[in-house]
Design a protein around this ligand. Structure first.
Ligand code: UTP
Length: 468
């Protein structure tokens, strides 16, 4: 039987993590290989450093998070470099000009789409990857099908191969790929959809910083957050492939928003015209207490402040000109230049690790599985990276104000706000509005669903209805 590689043993000893070898003698060769592979990916010094910081903050022996965030929130101003919704003829002309530039980018094959679909969707409580959730109010189309149909419709409209990259995780990969195969890739062509897996990060015991085990040869691993995209694009070879195919801009969206306007032409156009490395769609928050991260300017950088980092008073603050500072809600719809992503990917740790205190089931010393009760304080610390931490690292950023009712209706929760109910209602409402614009009256109580293959926008629907 293979022994523990000497360098790994030395690292584990140095970082007081040899408990992960507790069952080594009982493992067969393939289990040993698996455990070694998992351990080789762990950045022990980084994990230890972040755990230590989190512990000091929790015990009040470091600058408290709220104090440092408080000062960041106090320094924050409303974001700069913003394109607001068009409200005049000249602004509408500017948007139309930007749309022509965006269309040109699409026609020349300069754009690819990435959908991040590696999350575990715990708030929704659906037992499959979230993209498989049936959301169409009439047909029960899944989120994945809606996106696939948008991609197909965009390819047809612009006569270009629009590469679709879907980031999965260990938690979602097999089922997601199986689902696409089962549906024959929704007509897109298997070779035009690329699935690539994000990395994972280990959970540690909150009190001791020791790695938790979920099996005798298994660390407790979870996906490394949507910010894992940067490393995953590099490791999977997708950055290289985009470079080789002449793709220069990447439209990024999350799997949970069925009303996202993929590759919005004005968005792409403004991104190019303003020379932006990272462009983000923001929508006006419903009010200061809405639980939504906001885009702000802090010390000349564009950043995101999470709602949980603001006191009620801070969240409502206006600046000297009377403008509400924290209006710009983050939709997680972005456009990246490929060069910027390549720069970020030069280092594994461009994006910082964040900690989340969670209850994580683990094997105790006796090898028994322990499931901590929800009523208990979290036993573990998990780590993840956030894609929006790329914002302050970009040389130039731009914020384009989106039409909230049209573009941003995410499915996050099982019920209530941002749930399947609100998203289905939004899809129906949008369908009714497009039909009304085409002169078709619809009973407001009637659910409506328009496939992206029928129309991507109200103009296309009107033309199709006119032509009969
Ligand atoms: P959320 O932050 O809403 O997380 O993800 P989630 O895992 O989907 O849901 P909860 O918090 O457990 O309820 C926002 C987007 O980022 C993706 C998700 O798939 C979703 O599209 N994501 C999140 C990843 O791709 N990987 C991750 O590790 C986390």
């Amino acid at each position: 039987m293979a022994a523990v590689p000497a360098n790994l043993l030395a690292t584990l000893t140095e970082h007081q993590q040899t408990q992960v070898l507790r069952w080594w003698d009982q493992l067969n060769a393939s289990d040993r290989t698996q455990l070694i592979r998992q351990l080789e990916l762990v950045e022990f010094p980084l994990i230890r450093q972040i755990w230590q910081q989190a512990s000091q903050q929790a015990s009040g022996t470091a600058d408290s998070c709220s104090r440092s965030e408080g000062s960041r929130a106090d320094r924050a101003a409303a974001p700069r470099s913003v394109v607001r919704r068009p409200d005049s003829d000249s602004a509408r002309a500017e948007w139309a000009a930007a749309a022509r530039v965006g269309e040109d980018l699409l026609q020349r094959g300069r754009v690819a789409v990435v959908t991040v679909a590696g999350g575990q969707g715990s708030r929704l409580g659906f037992e499959h990857p979230k993209g498989m959730f049936p959301i169409g109010p009439v047909t029960g189309r899944t989120l994945f099908q809606i996106f696939a149909e948008q991609i197909l419709a965009l390819r047809r409209r612009h006569g270009a191969a629009l590469l679709w990259m879907i980031m999965t995780s260990d938690a979602t990969h097999e089922e997601t790929v199986g689902f696409f195969r089962e549906h024959d890739f929704f007509g897109l062509g298997a070779e035009t959809v690329e699935f690539f897996r994000q990395g994972s990060l280990p959970a540690v015991d909150a009190a001791t910083g020791r790695l938790l085990m979920c099996g005798r040869a298994d660390l407790c691993l979870s996906p490394d957050g949507h910010g894992g995209l940067v490393n995953a694009l590099r490791r999977s070879g997708m950055l290289r492939r985009m470079h080789d195919q002449g793709i220069e801009h990447i439209f990024y969206h999350q799997v949970d928003n069925p009303t996202v306007v993929m590759c919005s032409a004005p968005l792409l156009g403004f991104h190019l015209l303003r020379n932006s490395e990272l462009t983000t769609v923001a929508v006006r928050k419903l009010g200061p207490s809405e639980r939504m991260g906001v885009l702000v300017a802090v010390d000349e950088h564009t950043e995101i402040i999470e709602y949980s980092e603001l006191t009620a008073e801070q969240a409502a603050r206006s600046d000297a000109s009377g403008q509400w500072v924290f209006w710009a809600g983050n939709t997680a719809i972005h456009v990246f230049t490929r060069c910027f992503l390549e720069r970020l990917a030069d280092s594994e740790n461009s994006l910082p690790l964040h900690v989340a205190r969670k209850n994580v089931a683990f094997l105790d010393e006796a090898g028994r599985m322990v499931q901590p009760a929800d009523s208990q304080p979290p036993n573990a610390i998990k780590f993840e990276r956030f894609i929006f931490d790329a914002l302050p690292l970009a040389g130039t950023t731009l914020i384009v104000e989106g039409d909230r009712a049209r573009e941003f209706n995410p499915v996050k929760n099982h019920s209530g706000a941002d749930s399947p109910g609100t998203a289905r209602e939004a899809l129906s409402r949008i369908g009714r509005e497009w039909l009304a614009a085409a002169g078709v009256a619809v009973d407001p109580a009637q659910p409506v669903e328009i496939s992206p293959l029928t129309a991507l926008d109200p103009e296309e629907l009107s033309q199709k209805i006119e032509r009969g």
